[in-house]
Write a protein that binds this ligand. Structure first.
Ligand SMILES: [Zn+2]
Length: 432
């Protein structure tokens, strides 16, 4: 039995942002998720942190300065002065200008970045940021409700210490922003499972997108048709991921857990259950490789919260009750108040075993071209972000970082008491 240290990021303000009336992306789903995680008592099994906030400098590790500068300046009160930029940066319709937009990006990106740092320094085996996973954002523009690509920025951080990073995306939409960022490199393999066809957003991700130059065969796409259920999803997910692991041998994994692949999603058309979605998370966790777990899409708020709560329990290896504990969002879970109601979509499954088998075969044949897992020459490692932001910290970074870490712990140390276990604040160690 190995001990797994799980770090979980929660920013109490991140659920208070609003994309605008009628917009399907609701940051409130994060507050609902956290409320369930908290009321199930799962904070006792994790280190809960209020995350670092990403700076402009952090965001510009991937994005252009002009684009981030624009995000920082724009507000609902001055949009009329930016009409040209709005079009240029694809901000306005799907990706609206709202109050606190830059602040929102800074919070969800900071948590993913800090998660990467915790993994790099072996302060955690698993880091969870449900507010992250905004996989559509591009270097120069917003896309699909995503402004800053926290995933790309976190992976760049992981690459300081990890020769090979695997990215896995189970959102119903293609993980196009992440794939594009690493399309030419063999150090990051991107694997996306998504709905493809009939102009489904974003329109990319057919199985022939395999990467280019040094990155040829390092982009993997699993295009699926609507209505896929748990059984069929597992039938393709597990063998594909096993082949990817065998051939690529990643030293770290980033998992985007978009919950719009669940049945009954407001924008999605798959038919996964919360347990089926969680089965993917369990499979990846059980590989035993350092893991950064992120959120993503998900537009039926109550089911997003159910899904990410269940997945948090999977990651800390705890069974939790099907009965939802009383909390401030209790009425969202009417009429059954359960974690696992039937959410299957009354929609025909257009996938066939034969179709999935042909995709699996195609991917397996391509992976055979990876003659050996790439490695990199070790180089001087750039300084970590905390030291860059405050020159004073360079004087004695260990002491300062330690104190800062203590300051940002959300749950008081004495709340880590859990029945027969003692209340040692290092008690995030879990039997796995
Ligand atoms: Zn999505």
């Amino acid at each position: 039995m190995s001990k797994k240290k799980v770090v979980y990021f929660w920013d109490p303000d991140v659920g208070n942002f609003h994309y605008g009336p009628g917009h399907p992306m609701k940051p409130q789903r994060l507050a609902v998720t956290h409320s369930l995680v908290h009321h199930y008592g799962m904070y006792k099994k994790m280190m809960v942190y209020k995350p670092y906030r990403a700076t402009m400098h952090d965001m510009c590790r991937f994005h252009s300065y002009e684009y981030i500068d624009f995000l920082q300046r724009i507000s609902p009160h001055n949009v009329q002065n930016f009409t040209k930029s709005l079009g240029m940066f694809n901000v306005g319709d799907d990706c609206p200008v709202f109050d606190g937009l830059y602040d929102f990006c800074s919070r969800y990106t900071g948590a993913s970045l800090e998660g990467a740092m915790k993994l790099n320094h072996q302060c955690a085996d698993i880091a969870i940021n449900w507010s992250g996973g905004l996989h559509h954002a591009k270097k120069f523009e917003a896309s699909g409700f995503c402004y800053v690509n926290d995933i790309v920025i976190a992976i760049l951080e992981l690459l300081k210490y990890h020769p090979r990073v695997l990215y896995v995306d189970i959102d119903i939409h293609h993980g196009d922003g992440v794939q594009e960022a690493f399309y030419l490199t063999d150090r990051v393999m991107t694997v996306s499972f998504h709905k493809y066809g009939n102009y489904f957003f974003p329109g990319t991700g057919d199985m022939f997108e395999i990467g280019a130059d040094s990155g040829r065969y390092y982009s993997v796409n699993v295009p699926l048709k609507e209505g896929i259920d748990d059984n069929m999803y597992m039938h393709v997910f597990k063998p594909v991921m096993q082949s990817v692991m065998d051939f690529f041998q990643p030293t770290c994994i980033v998992l985007q857990c978009g919950a719009d692949s669940l049945g009954s999603d407001r924008l999605g058309c798959f038919s996964l259950s919360v347990k089926g979605h969680g089965e993917c998370v369990k499979f990846i966790k059980d590989l035993g490789v350092p893991l950064l777990v992120l959120g993503g899409g998900g537009y039926t708020v109550r089911n997003v919260a159910r899904c990410w709560t269940h997945e948090t329990s999977v990651l800390i290896n705890e069974d939790i009750s099907n009965e939802i504990p009383y909390n401030e969002y209790f009425e969202y879970f009417a009429p059954d108040f359960s974690l696992h109601p039937d959410i299957s979509t009354k929609q025909e499954n257009l996938n066939t075993r034969q179709y999935l088998e042909s995709i699996r075969q195609f991917i397996h044949e391509n992976l055979k071209y990876l003659s050996h897992a790439p490695s990199v020459q070790m180089q001087d490692i750039p300084t970590d972000i905390f030291n860059l932001e405050d020159p004073e910290e360079n004087l004695n970074p260990d002491i300062r970082n330690h104190q800062e870490t203590e300051d940002r712990r959300i749950e008081p140390n004495n709340e880590f008491y859990d029945g027969e276990q003692d209340n040692d604040k290092e008690e995030a160690d879990l039997d796995v």
